[in-house]
Design a binder for this molecule. Sequence first.
Ligand code: ADP
Ligand code: SF4
Length: 693
Amino acid sequence: MARSPRFDLLFEPVRIGPKTARNRFFQVPHASGMTNANPHVRAAFRATKAEGGWGVVSTGACSVHPSSDDSPFPFASLWDEADVRAHAVMTEAVHAHGALAAVELWHGGAAAVNRTSRLAPLSPSGVPWMATHVGFMSAARPKVMDAGDIRDLIRWHAEAAMRAERAGFDILYVYAGMGYLPYQFLLEDYNRRSDAYGGSVANRVRLVEELIDAVREATHGRCAVALRMSLQELRTRPSEAAPSEAHEVITHLKDAPDLFDIKMDYSTADCAPSRYVAEGSHEPVVKFAKTLTDKPVVGVGRLTSPDTMVSMIRRGVLDLIGGARPSIADPFLPRKIYEGREDEIRECIGCNICISSWHDGVWVRCTQNPTAGEEWRRGWHPERVRKDATGTALVVGGGPAGLEAALTLGRRGYQVSLAEKAREFGGRLLWETRLPGLREWFRVADYRLGQLRKMPNVSLFPESDLTAGDVREFGADHVVIATGARWTANRCGANEIPAPPLDAPRIYTPDDIAAGVTIDGPVAVFDFDNYYMGSAIAEHLAGQGLATTYITTAGAAQAWGFMTNEQPLVHQAFLKAGIGYRTLEVVTDFDGATLTLAQIFTGERREIAAQSLVIVGQRAGGSALYDALRAEGTGFRSLELTGDANAPGAIAHAVWQGHRTAREVGLDAAGITVLRDAPFAPRDFAEPREAAQ
Ligand code: ADP
Ligand code: SF4
């Protein structure tokens, strides 16, 4: 299909200092969990986006010196020639697809407490970055940088810039955002210095200016220099010289970098979950910067609609369409727009499983794109599957796993039949996405159904509750069972030991609520699953006017929501909805009127009034259908169990399982390759004299 001319604007080249981006699609730096220990994994992940049409592809934050060590979180480095070699694998792959390669030079300052290098963390004034989550806490406190430390910091950036150029990067970032060291200099709460780097805004901005100059001079103006800034806090600070300190900072720096990349100050606002924050939420702060500089500006906001993108450019919000999550969910987003296939975009759902991967210390995972992070290890491409199959395949169950399995089997060339018991396809998504804030998650089903309906070799059979006999009679060569999981009423006891269900009236699971059971209030939700289901059900019940109390074994509501940046927003939503919550407690008894709770550490008992109890804890997989088919001897070329029926988990896990199953159907083990990456050894790469001096 031809591209609509209204999107032509998105494909105009943009000059960024000495470089020119081929279009306005700019994959901004984002965490991928991929470090210099996995150079080929990282290169393939980034190169796939270049292949998908992004004009600029950035690698994630890259430490300029061992005094910026983020361990145990995964981070990249540009410390020596081995690191240069590791990054060159990525830049070569990105260039091969016609994109520019960018690198975010990073010093974390007080926010990186150097757990591995054990060097003293650096800071403008010894003020620590205080984490409220145990995942980030540390007993180490930063030192106050003296004049020599500041000179070192500037030199480290210059040296890292030279290495970055040798590694093949076109755009080099100075990073003054998200609580990291140059940001700490900008904000007077961290910067209490009385020298030339503290006090007035002109003094606080000096370090950023000098870093930009140092990076530019180190590469003799050959590379473009980008400045990434967070302005949320600065915009709230009054200034005598301007409407805010942010005005002063941008006005001061307006001609310094070749590009401004504007982001939010905190991860929960920058990478906000769709459950609570809409697409385009960054717009006010990005537009603010754009009004004060003539340099190109890039901004994000989980942008997936080309019409929104065009409108933002026309309205003067930004010049380049920044993408982090949209580029993970669909590396081919630009190319699909270019080719007039925008209806094929696999739109990000804003679930933030991707950022949870970084918190988990592993390569990026994505709910929408099961191939993310698997491009090199398993050779999975987001758009192409080897068309190697003949014969027929029956997929039973049309939830995320079954839909993904059917799509991938169809792409491989099988004649696919997808049978679903319900009238609609979508499985767990059908009900879950009716819970407060989760509507966008239905994109997981919408994208797949949209593709499946176009495929001549795929037939969809709704309202088909298949028995083992039906499956046999159907006579497909390959059978994939993706019939999902169910929630149990099992409890969790003290010391996290599982406890059996209680024998009491009005005890429900999420499946009962999905089935439409009427709940009597007041209601208590006991959550030891700790992902979204417990808090979403509490919001759902409170939204029906029921007095709702949320109880968890953890220290905060939706404890795992820390991983997906949801936790603070869940607490805000609870406050707004009047949901009471109790932490560090287990349910020990319930008689239909009184709920007995025990504190998990002390055993101290409390009673609260409740007519109903909803338990959000364990899910059970397994499939009677699969077991019956196996017991009877298969008679098929293959029989697979996948998705939640195989092992219950987040939607991302079901999609990944469904994808993997479909990739591997009909192959023997020898046909399945999983590669192991390895770092380049520093001893093999001598530091050139220019950088060592
Ligand atoms: P997953 O996340 O693994 O995809 P879901 O629970 O979302 O799991 O989806 C499983 C789907 O399987 C549900 O839509 C359910 O209606 C369907 N299903 C379960 N048993 C059968 C069956 N015997 N025949 C057809 N569909 C079934
Ligand atoms: Fe978007 Fe979720 Fe994928 Fe992240 S994991 S890119 S939020 S769909």
